[in-house]
Design a protein around this ligand. Structure first.
Ligand code: RM4
Ligand code: MN
Ligand code: MN
Length: 393
């Protein structure tokens, strides 16, 4: 592949970072605070701005409505804040799982109050999206049950269908609804949208602007995610990704830290669908969904997006002509060799070159470390945080 074509693909490969990836997070066993972690939406957007400044590929930031928009906040002010920090607001994530009313689910709950609450919150989130100029509504549900017989699965399915249809109708014409699936957790017996097949069925019944969101951590061990991705693209149902890596379940580790070849294979299927089958993959939203409990937040994000770029670039380099030829000849060794060859290519010099053309340092991590950003915000934020009582009981 010639360099200009690769650089063009890299130009189009934008990755959205999540506001929650910059904040203090933990597990249910505890939360370890970092002095530099962001607390306010202003700080989160500033950190996202820093990531974009050093990588030139993260121009938008996903927000979680409940965590980022306190009551009384004018959404347009948040949009302006984003611009001030050199980014824009991306996917709007309603929160349908934290409120006490959601004990038995949100839209699938037998509790009518919970369903009404969820309905209002999503309509508010759609308006918020309008106000900040976002065209992505990203839905993840914690809905499910913990025990066999706890609730009627078909009734819950119909409640979900009804809600998604109503919300789809309430969205502006240029908004896309992303439907995320997850096999378990927090529900441990059944999850109302457990896998990509259910997400596809729900999205289809919601309407033409609803697509499936693949969170890489939301699969049972051994699932062939690239196969799911290829099918979704061919069905015109792939809306986007929540990237993260995992060893066991929804671990939210940094992308490519455990299995970079698996991420490469996902990108390979995307490029294959585009190059060999002429599928339009330009609308796929690449987003990160990680919580960096132990790694420094911004460094973890920079490491993630540069890894994503490397794996994407490698996938672009697969010699597809040779691959088709090997497949036609039924030569498995040669066919697999095409993938291995591309995966083994050191794309870092090419990425350095691309960064130079974009006017950023060829080594984003080194440049970020040299900037002193983290020490500066740690001092400012740490002093204030130290003065506050911890909210973690
Ligand atoms: C879920 C899912 C959602 C994310 C929440 C916080 O497991 O991945 O996308 O918003 O976690
Ligand atoms: Mn997710
Ligand atoms: Mn998750």
């Amino acid at each position: 592949m010639d360099r200009d074509k690769l650089f063009q693909l890299l130009d189009e490969f934008n990755i959205e970072t999540p506001s929650w990836g910059y904040a203090d997070t933990g597990t249910r066993f505890g939360k370890f605070f970092q002095p530099a972690a962001a607390s306010t939406i202003d700080e989160k957007l500033a950190d996202a701005g820093a990531v974009h400044q050093f990588t030139a590929c993260c121009p938008s930031v996903a927000v979680h409505v409940l965590w980022d928009f306190s009551v009384g906040t004018d959404a347009r002010d948040v949009a302006k804040l984003a611009v001030k920090h050199g980014v824009r607001i991306g996917a709007i994530n309603p929160n349908l799982f934290q409120d006490q009313v959601y004990k038995f689910g949100s839209v699938c709950s037998p509790n009518e109050n919970a369903r009404a609450h969820a309905h209002r919150h999503v309509l508010d989130s759609i308006n918020l999206g309008r106000a900040v100029g976002s065209n992505l509504l990203s839905l993840w549900f914690a809905d499910g049950t913990n025990y066999p017989g706890q609730d009627d699965i078909i009734t819950r399915k119909r409640r979900m269908e009804g809600a998604l249809r109503q919300w789809h109708d309430a969205m502006p014409g240029d908004m896309t609804m992303l439907v995320e699936y997850k096999p378990f957790e927090p529900a441990f017996y059944h999850t109302d949208i457990a896998d990509w097949g259910m997400a596809t069925a729900f999205a289809r019944s919601a309407g033409p602007n609803a697509k499936v969101l693949v969170d890489t951590g939301h699969h049972l061990p051994g699932a062939n995610i690239e196969h799911i991705v290829a099918c979704l693209i061919d069905e015109d149902m792939l809306g986007g990704f929540h990237f993260n890596d995992r060893k066991y379940a929804d671990d939210d580790l940094t992308l490519g830290s455990i299995d970079p070849y698996a991420v490469f294979r996902i990108f390979h299927e995307i490029r294959n669908a585009a190059d060999i089958h002429g599928r339009d993959v330009s609308g796929i939203a690449y987003m990160i969904d990680q919580s960096h409990n132990l790694k420094p937040k911004i460094e973890a994000m920079i490491q993630t997006v540069t890894t994503a770029q490397e794996l994407f670039a490698k996938a672009c380099l697969v010699d597809r002509k040779k691959l088709v030829d090997a497949q036609t000849r039924m030569d498995i060794i040669d066919a697999e060799g095409c993938l291995k060859e591309a995966f083994a290519t050191d794309v870092r010099p090419m990425l350095s070159e691309w960064r130079k053309r974009k006017g950023v340092d060829p080594d984003p991590m080194k440049a970020y470390r040299a900037s002193g950003y983290e020490a500066r915000v740690a001092k400012e934020r740490g002093a204030r945080k130290g003065a506050q009582a911890s909210s973690y009981a």
